[in-house]
Design a protein around this ligand. Structure first.
Ligand code: NAD
Length: 333
């Protein structure tokens, strides 16, 4: 029998790569994608997957209750990726970030528990759910494991609205799954990067400046370190966790997905200069954005012990593929 998978937010960054991965690795699987294209693009990359006969596209808004009659009730795996993210939107429409992310999740959970309860539900949380603890108390362990306090540093600051939806979202998934007895998984992506990730991130921004030979070249928070997990590794991690019976029990497992090799922002720029074959004569060192932390790095020992997954793509290889994609697809002004 064909396995059925539902991916919400399937035209977005993770959704597109996850769909590609499942099409390539699970030849019997049929995939239904739901998206309202508020952020995801109906571009040539998406056309390549949505034209696959094993893919069904449903255009719809998950905050709309009436949409759910279009869904079947026998999806083995449900990946709930749809959400409003992107730091700029936290500031311009914080009330909508809260409404859309929470209403979509609530509707999805109510649909799942009543119509699809034999399936397994994956909620994509974020490292933002605990990031407040890093900056507010400066005492979380780094690399940071899953079991740390989740913190909203300041409810008046719109920056924390997205984190709030992930924090409350995790609580909903844990307690709905227990109460209504369905299988569920919470993943916390840590800086996934790769082609088609949007333009408002450090890697596309640096790549664009290298292509434009911006000199002096600004680097924000040059000494701060981050880790970057290449998207093909990341979606493999998500699907392996969903396939594993080790994440079927209660309470729901929360699992960090990320890379463990830290690099400074200055080091990242250096690698991209090498890949781009150009180097500025002057670097303009800029203050990092308010609330930024010196180090952010996931402890990934839990996913290693659960499914044996570790990132496989070196930062240099992943950056090269990402840089090439952004050079071929510059931001449209
Ligand atoms: N990319 C990362 O590194 C990262 C890090 C932490 C968490 N996450 C989480 O992973 C998930 C996927 O992230 P992404 O980077 O692919 O984001 P994305 O913005 O590229 O994709 C999200 C998709 O959801 C769709 N969507 C939004 N609201 C919708 C609605 N009401 N109805 C239907 N579709 C809707 C958008 O159109 C978009 O295609 C999100 O929940 C995000 O918060 C991602």
């Amino acid at each position: 029998m064909t396995k059925k998978v539902l991916i919400t937010g399937g035209s977005g960054f993770i959704g597109l790569h996850l769909t590609r991965h499942l099409l390539a690795t699970e030849p019997e699987t049929a995939i239904t994608i739901v998206d309202n294209f508020s952020r995801g693009k109906d571009d040539s990359d998406f056309a390549e997957i949505s034209s696959n006969p094993r893919v069904t596209l449903l255009r719809g808004d998950l905050t709309d209750n009436s949409f759910y009659t279009q869904l079947d009730s026998d999806y083995e795996h449900v990946y709930h990726l749809a959400a409003v993210n992107g730091t700029k939107l936290f500031y311009t429409m914080p009330h909508e970030v809260l409404r859309i992310n929470m209403q979509s999740l609530m509707n999805m959970l109510d649909w799942h528990r009543t119509k699809n309860a034999a399936g397994k539900f994956c909620f994509t949380s974020s490292n933002e759910a605990y990031a407040g603890g890093l900056s507010a108390f400066n005492q979380l362990p780094i690399p940071t494991p899953e079991a740390v306090p989740l913190v909203i540093e300041d409810p008046y600051n719109p920056r924390w609205t997205y984190a709030a939806t992930k924090l409350i979202g995790e609580c909903f998934v844990i307690h709905y799954a227990a109460q209504y007895n369905f299988r569920a998984l919470i993943v916390r992506p840590h800086n996934f990067y790769g082609p088609r990730a949007g333009y408002d991130h450090v890697i596309p921004e640096m790549s664009g400046r290298i292509a434009a030979h911006t000199d002096p070249f600004p680097i924000f928070g040059v000494e701060e370190t981050r880790t970057f997990c290449y998207i093909t590794d990341a979606v493999e991690a998500m699907s392996e966790l969903m396939r594993s019976s080790k994440t079927d029990g209660h309470p729901v497992e929360t699992v960090h997905i990320g890379a463990s090799d830290e690099i400074t922002m200055g080091g990242l720029a250096d690698l991209l200069f090498e890949i781009g074959g150009w180097r500025p004569t002057n670097i303009e060192i800029k203050e990092s954005p308010a609330g930024s932390v010196m180090r952010r790095c996931a402890d990934i020992s839990k996913i290693k012990s659960l499914v044996g997954w570790e990132p496989r793509t070196s930062l240099k290889d992943g950056l090269k593929k990402t840089y090439d994609w952004y050079i071929a697809h510059p931001r449209k002004l």
